[in-house]
Ligand binder design. Structure first.
Ligand SMILES: [Mg+2]
Length: 265
């Protein structure tokens, strides 16, 4: 976190984002797609699918989704588009050549967390327990008034097992086995083609994206916080619509530049 307020995204000069020198990393929920009370009902609007496709084309494939969702879930939402993805907050990663790596995670603490969460969710209709590879998440978007009780259950789970890493996102508490983070996933992509040697750009909306914003500062990358809240990001988009409009315009512009450069060559 920084005391300095981020600059408005409109002040980010598109020439700083040359398609052959920039690697784009984007969060999904709250950044590209609107939230829904049922996380499985979330979808990517057509224009945003087009923006991603144009960005991927313009950059030679240097676009990756960095999400808390499982890779399979992101693939389903982006289809027929398929891009590199880091899922479950960095616990799994599929690179540009299609190779997927899963972090080794201990199963026992996850099983214990599930055993504790499922009866709690059954007791409170509207709460949702989501199982992902290496993690289990408790969603309370439909029952925001239950946040204190959810936090209490979370505390009882982590008191019982210190091997779980707790992430508190928007209307969700997630229990992650394994320490890999979104920032680690971005760093791993940057070791590989076609991301290697490029300036990283990352946009995200949640507190779980702050570790990437901090890493962007260290890497002299560009970071964009979507929406309000204290942040370490250098730029801020007022909200998801402002960000998506900006991204659509950038993707069109870069795609056009790339096409005219290719035509001249
Ligand atoms: Mg998000």
């Amino acid at each position: 976190m920084t005391a300095e307020d981020p600059q408005p995204l409109a002040e980010l000069d598109p020439p700083r984002l040359a398609p052959e020198r920039t690697a784009f990393f984007l969060d999904f929920d709250g950044t590209l797609a609107d939230f829904n009370e049922d996380p499985s009902a979330v979808f990517l609007p057509e224009r945003e699918r087009r923006s991603l496709g144009q960005l991927a084309e313009a950059t030679g494939g240097a676009v990756a989704i960095i999400s808390g969702r499982a890779i399979a879930d992101i693939d389903r939402m982006l289809a027929p588009l398929k891009v590199p993805v880091a899922g479950v907050h960095g616990l799994e990663r599929r690179n540009a050549s299609g190779k997927t790596v899963h972090a080794d995670v201990p199963e026992a603490p996850l099983a214990a967390a599930r055993t504790r969460l499922q009866p709690f969710a059954r007791l409170h209709p509207g709460l949702l327990v989501e199982e992902k590879p290496g993690s289990v998440a408790l969603h309370f978007r439909s029952r925001p008034e239950l946040e204190p009780q959810c936090l209490e259950v979370a505390r009882s789970i982590t008191d019982a097992d210190e091997g779980l890493h707790v992430l508190h996102g928007k209307m969700v508490i997630e229990f992650k086995a394994g320490h890999a983070t979104k920032a680690d996933a971005v760093a791993a992509f940057l070791e590989e083609e076609p991301f290697r040697g490029r300036k990283p750009f990352f946009a995200g909306d949640d507190s779980t994206d702050e570790d990437v914003f901090v890493r962007m500062l260290e890497m002299k990358g560009i970071s964009v916080k979507v929406g309000p809240g204290l942040t370490a990001a250098a730029y801020r988009a007022g909200g998801i619509d402002a960000f998506r409009d900006w991204l659509a315009s950038l993707a069109r512009q870069l795609n056009h530049t790339e096409r005219s450069t290719a035509a001249r060559a």
